[in-house]
Design a protein around this ligand. Structure first.
Ligand SMILES: C[S@@+](CC[C@H](N)C(=O)[O-])C[C@H]1O[C@@H](n2cnc3c(N)ncnc32)[C@H](O)[C@@H]1O
Length: 365
């Protein structure tokens, strides 16, 4: 009788005997390495497809064969077919009977008329390309050569334009969890507001609501335009300046939004912002901290882990905080009833309440 091809496997290579980490006698597949190599191309394929208008052409006239699609895009047919086939593999298009068409993902996110557009975000979200080609040096130095933090016109303005739709959907749906629409005439402080999606969501839901909308002056022009489009600009005060120092009245606000601002601030800056938010809240008021967070096991929070690496590549102090860090810092700021909500996929928000009295704070602990 032939021997097992792996005679030692059962005797010595079980997890019970050698524990983790362990190595099989069979060579490991190289697929993870290939996946990363192709990852660079995959990103640029998506950027290129958006740039030549491939998704919009299929929205308007699809399904299309490769020659029709190339004709529509005034591009080389063989190149368009290579690109579109790769997008099929990436799960961003379908191909049936030789013709390309949008799938549910690209129809929802990647076309100009998509209901949840993300196309504008694709080119800006990873930060400048040179921060990635310089990553090894950044890791050695502990800081990127050209951090995006101070690049208001080149980075923050296009970023907040690209994220506005997604954050507005999250902020609007958050009402189902936190019922801000039940508040009579809430006062909102929106710090680092970007295009002010949080203010717009609350002001649209509450006719009596007012907001203080803070950001750096150039970004506030984006907020001004979005607030006007939403028809709520007359209930907003634009307050330009650094959110660490801009004037904020004590105990004056029902909601303080810190929307995707903490991860660039490092631990000290974040704790300072949480302290400012707590001081600005009325008793019973709530802080809303949306961001990408990390679980202890990296494989449980890929979005947070990848965002942490992106922040390390592109910013001075950027990272992603763990769920434990954020919840304990909220409590340290005197806030209670700490909860985490996820109104739409991958958009997580910590919500915490300023107790009506110090008694409430003790009970929470
Ligand atoms: C990722 S965007 C988030 C925008 C918006 N809150 C949202 O949730 O979509 C971060 C915002 O923080 C602003 N920001 C960065 N540093 C700031 C500072 N020191 N003071 C005020 N705003 C700042 C940026 O201009 C940008 O609009």
């Amino acid at each position: 009788m032939a021997d097992s091809p792996y005679p030692e496997l059962k005797k010595t290579h079980t997890m019970a005997r050698v524990g983790r980490p362990w190595t099989d006698v069979k060579p490991a597949p190289s697929a993870p390495v290939w996946n990363v190599i192709f990852g660079l191309g995959a990103y640029w394929m998506l950027v290129g497809a958006i740039e030549i208008g491939l998704f919009d052409a299929l929205w308007d006239r699809g399904p299309l064969g490769p020659d029709e699609l190339a004709n529509d895009l005034e591009s080389s047919a063989s190149h368009v077919e290579s690109l579109a086939d790769a997008l099929v593999v990436l799960g961003l298009l379908d191909r049936h009977d030789g013709r390309f068409d949008l799938n549910d993902c690209s129809r929802r996110y990647l076309c100009g008329q998509s209901p949840a557009p993300m196309a504008d975000l694709v080119s800006v979200a990873p930060g400048p390309e040179e921060n990635w080609t310089d990553l090894a040096a950044t890791i050695r130095r502990g800081e990127p050569a050209k951090p995006v933090d101070a690049d208001v016109a080149g980075f923050w303005v296009p970023l907040v334009e690209g994220t506005f739709g997604t954050v507005l959907r999250a902020a609007t749906r958050a009402d189902a969890w936190i019922s801000y629409s039940h508040l009579e005439a809430p006062r909102v402080a929106d710090l680092g507001a970007g295009g002010a999606p949080w203010s717009i969501a609350v002001l649209r839901a509450c006719p009596g609501a007012t907001a203080v909308v803070n950001d750096l002056p150039e970004v506030l022009e984006v907020a001004r335009a979005r607030l006007a489009e939403a028809g709520v600009e007359d209930r907003c005060e634009l307050r330009p300046g650094d959110y660490h120092t801009v004037a904020l009245e004590d105990e004056a606000f029902d909601l303080v939004a810190l929307g995707h601002v903490c991860r660039t601030e490092g631990a000290d800056g974040t704790r300072a912002l949480l302290g400012r938010a707590a001081a600005a809240l009325r008793p019973g008021g709530r802080v809303l901290v949306s961001d990408y967070f990390r679980a202890e096991d990296p494989s449980r929070s890929p979005q947070g882990v990848f965002m942490a690496a992106t922040m390390a590549a592109c910013t001075v102090r950027g990272t992603a905080f763990s769920y434990d860090e954020m919840s304990s810092w909220l409590r340290d700021s005197g806030l209670s009833e700490v909860r985490l909500i996820e109104p739409i996929a991958a958009q997580q928000i910590f919500v915490a309440t300023k107790p009506a009295s110090t008694q409430g704070r003790k009970e929470e602990r």
